[in-house]
Design a binder for this molecule. Structure first.
Ligand code: ZN
Ligand code: ZN
Ligand code: ZN
Length: 363
């Protein structure tokens, strides 16, 4: 792994130079494990990686230091004691850097303490520096996304086969069941398991509750976890009993919209064109006002990261970009539906990480 982190730090320094950033400071969040393989717990004690042109130093609470896998040729470790001032240690390492990139998930309490010690400097978000690296998944990262996607697919297949009892159980019970299955299929952590039945499905991020699922319901299941450091995310819907004509028609339109979004995800196209392609199908079919969110988000170490498939994002899709395509139709008070796959852009076209059939399966 030493060579992996050495190469990432090499690339990050190239970005810093390109953008005339003299120091990069990242704390909790995913830039840190991406760069040095260490995931800091979001605690009240400061953890910070300070990268300058000639040095990289991980400032870490003494009691967390044993969890750090050391790569002395890539970065130094400074373990601070309970009576030390980690903010002072960090600002000393930042030194005279004029332009400083700060991680999005640095607690503001530490930033507020640092700012007076860094007067006269300018600041940018670390996503400007680390983002361009993280957005391009290498072969090992795509392999990890593929296995996470396959594990989520196995749970989606169980849902479609009717292996996960629905009728008579609450959304929360089904959500717990799906979560357990995500772990059995190889995920290390469950990130979410949305189960929304009937009119609850009209709320895209519904929190599964004690509504009992019954015959005649559409059941939307959107779930994912992290497996070997990379995330899965899939949405499938099933219908208990034959769906009424409006729902069957809507599903057909949704499926075409999702297909159009996936097909548009080619290298060189803009991110917003993926959104436009999916949205055009739903607008044409009369569902425009019921598709109330962007079409997708990037995915990798985080379930939601760059690039976002949203109107206004002119970023060009490149080989190795991984993102969701998840249009939905939400009719408040009645029903909702969403269809989601993860897609990786490759030079030979968009490649789905999810292969579970995209039908509205009737159970
Ligand atoms: Zn979502
Ligand atoms: Zn999802
Ligand atoms: Zn998603």
């Amino acid at each position: 792994m030493t060579s992996l982190y050495a190469s990432r730090l090499h690339k990050v320094r190239a970005q810093m130079q390109l953008q005339r950033v003299d120091a990069l400071v990242v704390s909790v969040g995913f830039d840190l494990p991406y760069l040095v393989g260490y995931h800091a717990m979001p605690l009240e004690r400061l953890t910070a990686l300070v990268v300058t042109a000639d040095r990289a130093t991980l400032v870490v609470p003494r009691l967390e230091a044993p969890r750090v896998e050391q790569h002395p040729d890539v970065f130094d470790v400074v373990a601070w004691n309970e009576t030390d001032d980690p903010v002072a240690i960090t600002t000393t390492l930042i030194g005279s850097a004029k332009r400083i990139a700060i991680g999005d998930q640095m607690w503001s309490r530490f930033l507020v303490e640092m700012l007076p010690k860094l007067s006269g400097r300018s600041f940018v978000r670390s996503v400007e520096i680390v983002g361009p690296l993280r957005i391009h998944k290498d072969a090992a990262e795509i392999a990890a996304l593929t296995s996470a996607g396959a594990a989520a697919d196995r749970v989606a297949a169980q849902l479609q086969r009717g292996d996960i009892p629905l009728a008579g159980r609450t959304e929360a019970q089904v959500s717990a069941d799906i979560s357990a299955r995500l772990l059995i299929e190889g995920h290390d952590v469950v990130n979410f398991a949305i189960v929304a039945a009937g009119d609850n499905a009209a709320s895209p991020h519904h929190h599964p509750g004690d509504r009992v699922i019954k015959q005649g319901d559409i059941v939307l299941c959107d779930f994912g976890g992290t497996m070997r450091g990379y995330c899965s995310d899939i949405t499938r819907c099933v219908h208990l009993g034959e769906p009424p004509a409006d729902i069957a028609r809507a599903w057909n339109d949704l499926r075409r919209a999702q297909e159009a979004g996936v097909t548009a995800g080619v290298v060189g196209a803009s991110c917003e064109s993926v959104d436009a392609a999916a949205r055009a199908v739903l607008v044409d079919a009369g569902w425009g006002e019921f598709f109330i969110h962007r079409t997708g988000h990037g995915i990798g170490m985080e379930a939601h990261e760059e690039p976002y498939m949203v109107s206004g994002n002119s970023l060009e899709i490149a080989a190795g970009h991984a993102f969701s395509v998840e249009p939905g139709i939400y009719v408040a008070g009645k029903w909702g539906m969403r269809l989601e796959d993860i897609v990786v852009a490759t030079d030979t076209g968009p490649q789905r990480m999810n292969t579970t059939p995209r039908d509205l399966v009737v159970l």
